[in-house]
Design a protein around this ligand. Structure first.
Ligand SMILES: Cc1cc2nc3c(=O)[nH]c(=O)nc-3n(C[C@H](O)[C@H](O)[C@H](O)COP(=O)(O)O)c2cc1C
Ligand SMILES: [Fe+2]
Ligand SMILES: [Fe+2]
Length: 394
């Protein structure tokens, strides 16, 4: 994408990655992504905010050429992850006069990863400012959105917040600003679930920290910009602060259909009791969908057969991932089937220590489920329903 003017002397100069389908060799990108980089000219100084993922560095460098940028004073590194800082060597080589601006921690990480010379850097403290001439950048240290070194950059006179990953979304789109709110909500929630959810407490602190800033535009480094910032601020508030909903998430695997039969029965029973249930077959599901569902689920029910004395490996993976994402679920349990014996339930329970959830009685069937097993699932549905009611969840 060619440079696009946001305001006089402020340009989007980053790259849209339409075809990327996997991030960090882990996260599915159904809608691609973008690496947004912003050029700001003051009357005396020029600053570039964030760079782009290394394979797309030519897009950034060409955009700067097209704007006739022959001199950059400051390159702001809000975050050391390579999708935003990976073009550091090329940008500093093209503009050797530029200073790299970063938090002290980010400077260390950039040196560790990209072997940039120490004298290239100027570190900034929390709330420190940099005058560009008629425009002032303020750096807001914001650790753990989603690495320890992160900061946000606020352009005071124009009331634009450049928060890098914070408030971002993996969305390749030509709209500069959010125009399809439904699509953006989905993409931003997916992004929050996968990237930000493990740091809920730190996100609360950072939301608190920016609440008194006057913000007209939020310009993240992935996805479209927000010219109605309340939309994304409100969404983050609800994901971070709200109680979970009257929702059960049910990731499962079944090889021969026994666990699947139990899952189908429990889904039906819970839904008849007014509980929303989201069922995911881990053999085929997009794990981003599972992560999103975990944002506001009150209960997680994991369904697994016993395989080689433990849970099915796909279930173990999902349990491990769920534990790492630290969703706010209040209750959890296991259902499933076995042939002769094993420790699937114990092994799953040991995999989710981060969940602050009460473990409800599991329902484990020998072979295919029969009358007594369906009765046990009815009891589980009753327990979940009354636990949700007791916790005031609607
Ligand atoms: C590769 C494989 C390994 C298994 N290992 C065990 C085991 O260690 N312990 C056990 O009780 N059952 C074991 N089973 C049997 C299954 O747990 C049992 O058939 C169960 O009912 C399957 O549930 P499903 O129909 O939901 O796939 C194994 C089955 C397979 C296919
Ligand atoms: Fe990141
Ligand atoms: Fe990123």
């Amino acid at each position: 994408m060619k440079p696009r003017e946001m305001k006089k002397d402020i340009y989007c100069v980053g790259a849209i990655d339409w075809d990327r389908r996997l991030f960090d060799s882990l996260i599915p990108l159904p809608d691609g992504t973008s690496y947004n980089s912003y050029l700001i000219r003051g009357s005396n100084k020029t600053a570039l905010i964030d760079t782009v993922n290394p394979p797309m560095k030519d897009v950034l460098l060409n955009n700067l050429d097209q704007l006739g940028v022959s001199h950059i004073d400051y390159v702001i590194f809000n975050h050391a992850e390579p999708d935003h800082s990976g073009s550091i060597r090329e940008v500093l080589a093209k503009y050797p006069e530029a200073k790299a601006i970063a938090t002290p921690k980010c400077k260390g990480m950039l040196i560790d990863r990209f072997m940039v010379a120490e004298e290239k850097f100027k570190t900034v403290e929390d709330k420190e400012t940099l005058a560009l001439g008629g425009r002032t950048l303020e750096f807001i240290h914001a650790p753990w959105v989603h690495w320890p070194e992160t900061m946000l950059t606020y352009l005071r006179e124009d009331r634009i917040l450049f928060p890098c990953d914070f408030f971002g979304s993996h969305l390749a789109i030509t709209d500069m600003y959010v125009r399809d709110a439904g699509q953006e909500y989905e993409a931003a929630k997916r992004y929050y679930a996968e990237i930000m959810m493990p740091f809920q407490a730190q996100i609360q602190k950072n939301l608190e920290k920016i609440k008194d800033y006057a913000i007209d535009i939020i310009a993240p480094s992935h996805g479209p910009m927000h010219d109605k910032p309340q939309f994304i601020l409100k969404a983050y508030h609800s994901w971070v602060y709200d109680e979970p909903g009257n929702i059960v998430v049910l990731p499962y695997i079944s090889m021969h259909g026994s666990t699947r039969k139990m899952v189908a029965y429990l889904v039906e029973t819970l839904s008849r009791r007014g509980v929303t249930v989201k069922q995911f077959d881990l053999a085929v599901t997009d794990i981003g969908k599972l992560a999103m569902a975990l944002v506001d689920a009150a209960t997680i029910v994991i369904g697994t057969p016993t395989v080689l004395t433990g849970p099915h490996p796909n279930v173990a993976y999902a349990a491990f991932l769920t534990n790492a994402l630290k969703p706010k679920a209040k209750f959890a349990t296991v259902i499933g089937s076995y042939g002769w014996g094993g420790k699937a339930v114990e092994q799953i329970a040991a995999m989710i220590p981060n969940l602050k959830a009460e473990i409800l009685p599991p329902v484990i069937t020998k072979g295919f489920p029969r009358e007594a097993d369906f009765q046990a699932l009815d009891n589980l549905a009753d327990t979940i329903t009354s636990k949700h009611k007791g916790a005031g969840l609607t």
